[in-house]
Design a binder for this molecule. Sequence first.
Ligand SMILES: CC(C)=CCC/C(C)=C/CC/C(C)=C/CC/C(C)=C/[C@@H]1[C@@H](COP(=O)(O)OP(=O)(O)O)[C@]1(C)CC/C=C(\C)CC/C=C(\C)CCC=C(C)C
Ligand SMILES: [Mn+2]
Length: 373
Amino acid sequence: MKYACVGQSGLESSSNFPLLSNVLANPTAGEVAISSEQMVYDVVLKQASLVKRKLSSSSELEVKPEIVLPGNLSLLSEAYDRCGEICAEYAKTFYLGTLLMTPERRRAIWAIYVWCRRTDELVDGPNASHITPTAMDRWESRLEELFQGRPFDMLDAALSDTVAKFPVDILPFKDMIEGMRMDLKKSRYKNFDELYLYCYYVAGTVGLMSVPVMGISPHSEATTESVYNAALALGISNQLTNILRDVGEDARRGRVYLPQDELAQAGLSDDDIFAGKVTDKWRNFMKSQIKRARMFFDEAEKGVTELNEASRWPVWASLLLYRQILDEIEANDYNTFTKRAYVSKAKKLLSLPMAYARSMVPPSRKLPHVMKA
Ligand SMILES: CC(C)=CCC/C(C)=C/CC/C(C)=C/CC/C(C)=C/[C@@H]1[C@@H](COP(=O)(O)OP(=O)(O)O)[C@]1(C)CC/C=C(\C)CC/C=C(\C)CCC=C(C)C
Ligand SMILES: [Mn+2]
């Protein structure tokens, strides 16, 4: 059966899918039209059931014992240390947050971070103009190899060890590569449905990769699916924020990630983006985009408390810090053409104890059913 993705306005709510409607529109003959959100939700369900199955079939906790040859042990620990250094260099606050996690979880998250960073660098880094589809295919083959225990280099070896120890599936990794491929060949997004899929590929996937390592609290009564859904929402909200912050920078590279149909509805076009003038039309457009990004952050909040206690702080910190970029965009009068919205050091510092306080809140218990008099 063939599936066709369809467009959605993206701001309405529906019962099955938390933030979007699942409208079927204009499928061509022989196709069943499903929205990007439905496609991505299927991935969430698959990941959640996979992790449940793997955990219930294993008699140990999540971490498998080390079976390594004596010489390899120190090589592996060097590889993880290098991942930690890279993480500290690129994402200091997040790195600090990981220090609260258990050593196994912490180094596994570093290994995932480094693989994501390297994947992003392929299309965003200094050599991006030389990256061909073949290079992406080779990167994907390397991924498959490392999942089968045959890493190509030291950093891959750390991830190879991580995926052997935690119930991490290859699909979100492959999907991230797919997102980078999309970035190479696509510079416009017809509607929010197309943009949603892109955001899932490049950022929602990070949530799906991280939860099996971070772990869900043993006290959580939430369903695994709902926690994965929140993780996905955090990735989407971060990426939407990233896009709103970088409108000017992306336009200078010939890229417009904003949904074309919503721009048109607001009376705007690519030319307005390239001209970079803050008008009332632009302000109104940005207000609705910010509102949507905040809805995804709200959705993400519901899941953070359900994570293992030691994993909550870095996630809260990342959520609070990234969400404040939206406040800064507002404070800059929506000028994301020439001003980069950033959160000051003072505000960042203030957010850290706030994140810590939130991370102390245990998962909520379902109230026992109370009979009405
Ligand atoms: C605690 C935490 C944040 C863990 C995630 C660690 C991790 C593996 C991060 C990888 C990030 C990465 C390098 C992704 C590659 C693609 C990319 C660059 C995406 C953008 C990140 C922001 O980076 P930056 O501002 O540096 O962007 P530029 O390249 O400079 O443009 C993204 C916007 C998305 C990153 C997505 C997340 C951080 C989502 C994390 C979600 C979770 C950890 C799930 C938490 C669980 C629940 C239940 C809420
Ligand atoms: Mn990037």
